[in-house]
Each structure stands twice: as structure tokens, then as C-alpha cells.
Design a protein around this ligand. Structure first.
Ligand code: SAM
Length: 329
């Protein structure tokens, strides 16, 4: 098992398939994009499946989430999902995506065994979308969400980041939209992970503020129908249920003590945390001929070094060198 020195066990593996993205959300990257990783540094589909297999079959990983960058940009995604769902014991397999291309891919991904999808959507207004993401792709995202629902992926979750003076006023409309469509909405506090280093605590819309904004239109009651466990979202029943909303207070309500996640970057580095400053290089070891057992040993040693918390509140906190898009959100 991937146990750290504080007794936490990592069972949830987040795999970034690429650092590239076809949007430029301002909380993530600058309009001109970034210097993408050269193709030779990206794990191939076979290398990804090999490491995921080691995680599942040797190290106790029970859930695999494919992310990025934008994971739908990897042509091999349906094949990678099919090979992941064929593993034994079969892990839960989910995807975090901006939804562009999902209208075409939702059915093949469901056929490959994909269990769930999270689609990012921060606004219901096409102009705001264009301003926020620097691309006019709002209608593609809405179509992608509908296709995921039609393909039977459940629950369809929506991730929203609220920003002051940009889309903060859309908290209640976003929730109304998701309730009407049968999607489960989760608001994520904006984290200091943008490539431009433009995050500031004063500008962040906090979990408390999000709950206040929603409470003006809905009655929220803590949802204790399920144990929260390691789930990052605090969940609330909306107007008595069954509709629900989640709030992920990564900055102001950290949940590091219950964290069960470990990350594999698109270039084959193990990271224990979005905010980790250390990585463990599985790709070089794999390409130098390491056996599965040797790779598993390296992975175990990396997780053993996991820190107790992300440390954003620590005066010595330094934003990690890699932005969110290059880590895998
Ligand atoms: N491209 C995919 C997408 O849009 O969902 C997957 C990668 S994206 C980095 C994963 C999630 O991270 C998205 O929901 C996005 O909104 C969120 N995200 C990106 N930068 C963030 C930040 N600085 N703070 C909070 N969430 C962020």
C-alpha cells in the first residue's frame, strides 16, 4: 500500500495525460499559452497504462482519474480508458475535462468503461466564457455536458471556479442550471497554481462567501447521508434535497489530513500534492529498464515522504514551479 509517514494511504491516482489545453482560463494560464512539454518527454499510452497497472495491481490504487491539461486532446484516451477498466481489481475510472470534444467522445468513452466525468464550467454567459477562457467555446462545453449525460455517465459533475468581479454573481444561476439538468455542481476555491502567479488571497472568493451567495437563493443543509471520508467537497442538500452542491475549500478549509491522492504528471513524475515541491521520476527509471517491482519501490518511497499539508497558510509557502495545467488538476 502507498502509505505515508502520517498513516494516510493513497488509493486515488490522478493521471495527467498532457499539459496542453485548448482553453486559457485566466486562473490557470496566460492567453498566449505556455511552453508545452516536448512530445518525447510525454509518457506514451503504453507507458501510462504500465504505470497505472503497477498502481492498481501492486500498490492498492482503487480510483484512476484522467486529467491534464486537457485529456480529450490525447487521441488514445478511449484506448487508455478501456485498458484501465480491464485491470483487476477493476478501478473506478473518471475524467476531468473542459468538455470540448465530449459531444463526440462521450459515447466511445462510456463504451470503454468510463464511470464518471467532471466538466469544468465557470459561467452560463457566452461572452463571459470568451473573456475568461480566451476562446469562444461555450456552446461546445454545454453540448459536451449533455452528451455525457446522454451516454449514461453518472453523476455528471460540474466544476466551477468563482472569481471576484468576473463570475461571482453566477453562483446561484450555475446551481439552478445544474439542478435543472441533473448535474452535480462543485465550486472550487481558486488556488495559487496559475502560471502567471496572479493569485491573491484577497481576490479569492472563499468557501464562506460561496455559501453566503448560494444561501441568498437556496436553503443549504449539510449532507450527512454519506461519510465525507477523503472527499474534497463539503456537500450540502439544496432546498431539502435530493439536489446537492459541493464546495471545495482547498485554501480556507484544507482537507489534507484525509487526503488519499497521488499524482502522475504527463512526463512521468510522481507528486504527492498539487503544491508539492518535490517529484519522483518514474519515467527515466522506466526508460532505463526498471522492472515493475523497482518502479513500485520508487513509488512507495515517494509517497512515504508526503508532507502533512499543502502549507498555503505557512509564511514560508512558495507556489510550486509547475502550474496546474502541467501537474494535472
Ligand atoms: N482541462 C480540464 C478541465 O478543464 O477540467 C482538466 C484540467 S483542469 C487543470 C482541472 C480543474 O482544475 C478544472 O476544474 C479547473 O477549473 C481547475 N483549476 C485550474 N486552475 C485552478 C486554480 N488556480 N484554482 C482552482 N482550480 C483550478
Amino acid at each position: 500500500m502507498l502509505r505515508d509517514s502520517f498513516g494516510r494511504v493513497a488509493t486515488d491516482l490522478r493521471v495527467s495525460l498532457t499539459d496542453k489545453c485548448n482553453l486559457r482560463c485566466s486562473y490557470c494560464m496566460p492567453p498566449e499559452g505556455l511552453d508545452w512539454l516536448p512530445n518525447a518527454q510525454l509518457l506514451t499510452a503504453d507507458e501510462i497504462v504500465r504505470l497505472v497497472t503497477i498502481g492498481v495491481e501492486l500498490l492498492g490504487i482503487r480510483e484512476v482519474r484522467y486529467t491534464g491539461g486537457e485529456p480529450l486532446l490525447r487521441r488514445e484516451l478511449p484506448d487508455v480508458v478501456a485498458r484501465t477498466t480491464a485491470l483487476s481489481p477493476r478501478p473506478q475510472v473518471s475524467l476531468t475535462t473542459n468538455g470540448i470534444g465530449l459531444a463526440r467522445l462521450a459515447a466511445p468513452l462510456a463504451a470503454a468503461g468510463l464511470d464518471r466525468v467532471n466538466v469544468s464550467l465557470d459561467t452560463l454567459d457566452r461572452d463571459t466564457f470568451k473573456r475568461l477562457a480566451h476562446r469562444d467555446r461555450f456552446t461546445d462545453v454545454i453540448a459536451g455536458l449533455a452528451a455525457a449525460h446522454d451516454a449514461g455517465l453518472r453523476p455528471v459533475k460540474v466544476n466551477s471556479v468563482l472569481m471576484r468581479d468576473v463570475n461571482q454573481h453566477e453562483a446561484a444561476p450555475l446551481l439552478r442550471f445544474c439542478l435543472e439538468q441533473g448535474y452535480e455542481l462543485r465550486f472550487i476555491e481558486q488556488m495559487p497554481l496559475d502560471a502567471q502567479h496572479g493569485w491573491s488571497r484577497d481576490n479569492m472568493v472563499t468557501a464562506d462567501e460561496i455559501l453566503d451567495l448560494l444561501s441568498a437563493s437556496f436553503t443549504l443543509t449539510p449532507d450527512d447521508t454519506e461519510e465525507r471520508g477523503s472527499a474534497p467537497a463539503e456537500r450540502f442538500l439544496v432546498d431539502g434535497g435530493p439536489g446537492r452542491v459541493g464546495v471545495i475549500g482547498s485554501v480556507t478549509r484544507p482537507f489534507c489530513g484525509a487526503c488519499d491522492r497521488v499524482r502522475l504528471t504527463a512526463d512521468g513524475q510522481i507528486r504527492n500534492c498539487l503544491f508539492a515541491t518535490e517529484e519522483s521520476d518514474l519515467k527515466s527509471a522506466m526508460r532505463a529498464g526498471a522492472t515493475d517491482d523497482e518502479l513500485a519501490e520508487r513509488w512507495l518511497a515517494a509517497v512515504a515522504r508526503k508532507r502533512p499539508g499543502h502549507g498555503i497558510d505557512d509564511p514560508s509557502f512558495l507556489q510550486p514551479a509547475r502550474p496546474m495545467s502541467a501537474i494535472g488538476g
